[in-house]
Ligand binder design. Structure first.
Ligand SMILES: Nc1ncnc2c1ncn2[C@@H]1O[C@H](COP(=O)(O)OP(=O)(O)OP(=O)(O)O)[C@@H](O)[C@H]1O
Length: 239
């Protein structure tokens, strides 16, 4: 579905993403790595939102269509949906307005009505400002906004960050349902429990490159891997 080859990203002259290659099929992929290894930069480079003055080179092919270095609106239209770290909502827009400005058509697969069916809580909060929502509601809105671009692949940057465990559980189920319905999923997660619940394939980034690939099963059963790849104390010891 998604084929990334030799992708590089530069913030000004800083060469942050270095020759990243990665393929994504129907199976969800979790992207892990210590802080500052380039996970968010990869999400931004794939989505075309690196910002002015910054540069992306290399190939990003979605079902054969070349999107590398293309502007964000082209990439979104082609089918890469982006759910940014920190949710990035507007204080001045209500929930409903966040969904309406995406400009989905009534005959699109995803409409604001369908987003409200997926997240009934958002329907109850339609007229509330985006930044007045709880963390979990903000994540729902950020996902809903991305779904309105009718993505073939969803790129999610730390969806569970700052959320209570019960909220995270519900969120995991929703994301799994989307993936089971055929949406490609690349998810950055620092939370090992969330990463391994969402994906069996786990790609590890070190210093702006893909260092290795492992599986959730191996990662969960190997505290040394957890320490090496995430720089955190293993799950069992942290509990
Ligand atoms: N806008 C920017 N301008 C310059 N350098 C940046 C910018 N954003 C990130 N960087 C640098 O790029 C490198 C990769 O950062 P990135 O945020 O992609 O890492 P990350 O793996 O997502 O880390 P984290 O888990 O802390 O978000 C870091 O050295 C960071 O300081």
């Amino acid at each position: 579905m998604l084929e990334v080859t030799g992708l590089n990203a530069y913030y000004g002259t800083a060469h942050v993403l270095q020759d990243v290659s990665l393929t994504l099929g129907a199976e969800p992929v979790a992207l892990i790595g210590r802080n500052g290894m380039g996970k968010s930069t990869l999400c931004k480079a794939l989505s075309g939102v690196l910002g002015p003055g910054n540069r992306v080179t290399g190939s990003v092919r979605l079902e054969g269509e070349e999107l590398g270095g293309k502007p964000a609106h082209r990439i979104a239209k082609a089918g890469i949906g982006y759910v940014p770290q920190g949710r990035r909502l507007f204080q001045s827009l209500t929930v409903d307005e966040h969904l309406l400005i995406v400009g989905a058509r009534r005959d699109d697969a995803w409409t604001p009505e369908r987003v409200y069916e997926l997240f009934p809580r958002l329907a109850e909060r339609k007229h509330v400002s985006g930044t007045s929502l709880s963390g979990g509601e903000q994540e729902m809105l950020s996902i809903g906004r991305a779904l309105l671009t009718n993505p073939k692949v969803l790129v999610m940057d730390e969806p569970s960050e700052g959320l209570a465990p019960t909220v995270v559980e519900t969120l995991i189920e929703t994301i799994k349902d989307l993936a089971a319905a055929g949406m490609g999923l690349l998810v950055v997660e620092q939370n090992l429990g969330v990463a391994t619940s969402l994906a069996e394939r786990v790609v590890v980034m070190v210093s702006g490159s893909v260092a290795t690939e492992t599986t959730s099963q191996d990662l969960l059963s190997d505290p040394e891997q957890q320490k090496r790849f995430l720089g955190v104390e293993p799950l069992a010891e942290a509990a």
